[in-house]
Ligand binder design. Structure first.
Ligand code: SF4
Length: 555
């Protein structure tokens, strides 16, 4: 690679094309292979992998980040980390604390935040996919580069990470984690462009897949979305501070005003004086944001692509009622994610909405740790049929999606055990028959019910009297489109259509997601561990002597 004046000049993005090496091929899925307990409604879902939040220009920034991450907890419950910076232009240090568990578990005292000083901070909640669940992979990741400290928090998945990693390792890079995100750090480190921003753009030109990123350097923050905007990222304002978050609910909870979304392919740079600059190094491409954010991932009180997530989910229920009516006495949601669509279905059909399944809110999340034993102990206490309501009734049961089908099978049976006369299952998304490679935990394709069976076979499998999914055009109508544009779809909908909007190089080249450089990551069982990363250039590196603390999972 040779030095150049700027990587911004070439606006062609080499990774966007119509190639679809993974079409009709779900093999090679990289996600953690743990199975799902049969009664775990949350477990038999596609899971958003990460939420990111960052702020610059606020006192006690790390505390605000923790609050923002609380609001994004639904995007990842397995691990959390916050990195702060206490300097302004050229001085200061980076501080990191990461741990396994919920935000409230890992950041549970005033001392947690006293150890993360400064007016700039970023955080990350995670549900592991690529790279596994070890502490080494908990973000934000940090590195000392020749230009100074560099912190990165990533929502998404780099679909050519293994290909790039092999090349980097052959050239001498030594990886500290098994996360695909670390590839970006090494690409920035080895770029020959003069400024951090140029190096960053140079690095992003080499990666494909989905990424929303919040990075920190001694000079300030850089937030960006991939050229197709697959994963969400919004910007807000809290007094004079600038805030970035995966969803608007993160802004709401910290009291920040929504400013705008980060546009697909946009890099927003904010310095310590609050000066904001926007860059579009990849040119303009039709956006392909993830449509499943509307179906399930985002919180219903968020606003996504200018639309209320709650309203869209209700509109999906309306479409579903038009497309798949049922003769029934009551409409029952599978809580909580089926509720808005069930309200829409009930309003459109005129069939009363009733809470025929009651969810206990005192059980706690049961998939913090990917161990079947822990989940099995709790899941049966989580949902219960409202027998007095259900008995003798014809039920329209509404859920947001069917993944493996194990949950649907049990929920339908639960309705029958409670005396339901008929159970008609209606699903507020099209059949999920392809895996996601953009930062969402999906089973291998051959475990997806819709990839294995036709509609009638699925209905038989879950023992429903009838089964219907909203159509892909119905889903597009619910998000405000007339229909799906078949030649240039307005969203990424690959898990429903198999039409992946980027190349999937690792999948196509059968690159295994196994790490190259580390033994399996073993977290210490009890006490917090401390590490002080070695600085490579203290004089030029304000990140030198930073502290990084890590909290192991509590048993
Ligand atoms: S494949 Fe599905 S879940 Fe993944 S980004 Fe596309 S729409 Fe979202």
């Amino acid at each position: 690679m040779t030095a150049a004046s700027s990587p911004f000049g070439d606006t062609a993005h080499p990774r966007i094309n119509g190639d679809n090496p993974a079409h009709d091929n779900g093999a090679g899925q990289e996600n953690a292979p743990w199975d799902v307990a049969p009664w775990d409604v949350d477990g038999d879902k596609l899971k958003e992998e990460c939420g990111i939040f960052g702020i610059i220009g606020a006192k006690e920034a790390s505390g605000i980040v923790a609050l923002g991450l609380h609001a994004l907890q639904h995007r990842g419950q397995e691990a959390v980390g916050i990195t702060s910076f206490d300097g302004i232009d050229g001085d200061g240090e980076f501080y990191t604390h990461r741990g396994v568990g919920h935000v409230a578990q890992v950041f549970n005292s005033a001392e947690s935040f006293a150890a993360l000083p400064g007016a700039m901070a970023s955080g990350h909640v995670r549900y592991s996919t690529t790279g596994g669940s070890g502490l080494r992979n908990v973000q934000p990741l940090f590195a000392d580069l020749a230009s100074g400290g560099f912190s990165i928090a990533h929502n998404g998945n780099i679909s050519n990470a293994m290909t790039l990693k092999r090349d980097l390792v052959q050239k001498g890079s030594i990886f500290q984690s098994t996360s695909d995100t670390e590839v970006i750090i090494h690409l920035v480190a080895t770029s020959r462009y003069p400024t951090v921003l140029d190096r960053f753009v140079d690095a992003l030109r080499m990666v494909e897949g989905a990424y929303s990123l919040i990075c920190m350097t001694p000079e300030g923050k850089i937030a960006c979305r991939d050229p197709l905007g697959i994963r969400p990222l919004v910007m807000g304002r809290l007094g004079t501070a600038t805030v970035f978050a995966s969803e608007t609910v993160g802004l709401d909870v910290v009291g920040a005003d929504f400013v705008r979304q980060i546009e697909p392919g946009e890099l927003v740079q904010v310095d310590h004086q609050g000066v904001i600059s926007s860059h579009r190094p990849f040119g303009n491409h039709p956006a392909r944001p993830c449509i499943f954010e509307h179906v399930y991932f985002s919180r219903p009180d968020s606003v996504l692509d200018g639309q209320s997530v709650y309203s869209v989910r209700k509109a999906i229920g309306v479409e579903l009622a038009k497309e798949a009516p049922a003769n029934a006495d009551i409409v029952v949601p599978v809580p909580d994610s089926g509720v808005p669509a069930a309200i829409g279905y009930a309003q459109q059909s005129g069939i009363p909405f009733e809470l025929g399944i009651i969810r206990s809110h005192y059980v706690g999340r049961t998939f913090i740790q990917p161990s079947d034993g822990a989940r099995n102990a709790d899941v049966k206490r989580k949902h219960n049929a409202n027998r007095a309501l259900v008995e003798g009734k014809r039920i329209v049961l509404i859920d947001d999606s069917i993944v493996r089908g194990t949950t649907s099978l049990k929920i339908v049976q639960m309705m029958r055990d409670a005396g339901a006369a008929e159970v008609h299952m209606r699903i507020a998304s099209p059949p999920t028959d392809h895996s996601c490679f953009y930062g969402v935990d999906t089973p291998e394709r051959n475990k997806l019910l819709a990839a294995r069976m036709d509609l009638q076979a699925m209905a038989d499998y879950i023992h429903a009297d009838s089964l219907a999914f909203v159509s892909i055009d119905g889903l597009y109508r619910a998000v405000g489109e007339k229909s799906r544009n078949a030649t240039c779809p307005q969203y990424c909908d690959a898990c429903f259509t198999g039409e992946y909007p980027t190349r999937l190089t690792d999948l196509a080249e059968r690159n295994e997601p196994a790490q190259l450089t580390l033994a399996v990551d073993k977290a210490p069982a009890d006490a917090p561990a401390k590490q002080t990363p070695k600085s490579n250039s203290p004089k030029n590196n304000p990140g030198a002597d930073k502290q990084s603390t890590e909290t192991a999972p509590s048993e």
